[in-house]
Design a protein around this ligand. Sequence first.
Ligand code: GRF
Length: 223
Amino acid sequence: MTTARRPRLAILLSGSGSNLQALIDAINNGMIGADIAVVISNKPEALGLKRADNAGIKNTVIDNLQFPNRENFDKALCREIQAYKPDLVILAGFMRILTSKFVEYFNGRILNIHPSLLPKYPGLHSHQKAIDAGDLSAGATVHFVTSTLDGGASIIQAEVPIYQNDTPEVLAARVLIKEHEIYPLAVQWFCAGRLSLADGKAYLDSVALPKNGLTFTGTITEK
Ligand code: GRF
């Protein structure tokens, strides 16, 4: 009898790596059946690299400042990722816009988490934007990556309240707690072969997901 190979993940980050940590924890507790093949940061000082080290995960830096332009950086990044033959590329606080060539190469195999209830507030400063707009809630969205910034098909969203006097930092911390729940869930779905992208739409168990993705209630039952 042959055992199926465990999916391999490549995780890209630029900063703290708390989402990486949530994924490491979910692998260690058996929720996600996959292995992290490599963690790549574009910033040498990213705390996420230390988290990878602590977990015994291979990690490397490809510093975008060492490249003359986006195309060259993306080429080097793509080459490095390919060397690990990942089944899924996970953007976990990776603060670089990727070229369409890169995104198309990994089409249907790249996920991102964005700290807003997409399609609201793509790009930077989403918490500030939600507060400035007087929104009563904010949240995070896991989505497939396409060449439109934060515009690929949504998979799952989690919502949190915005309270009076919230600062962007306070709100970000509240949203992050939810990020750490929904990202492992979506990654697990992908690794179990349940999640896919076709014709620009996200499918879970062959059923097209709603435009904004599923709404996380904390009680999504697992098979
Ligand atoms: C998260 O808020 C994520 O949604 C955004 O960048 C932040 C990364 O946080 N894309 P961390 O590095 O995972 O702690």
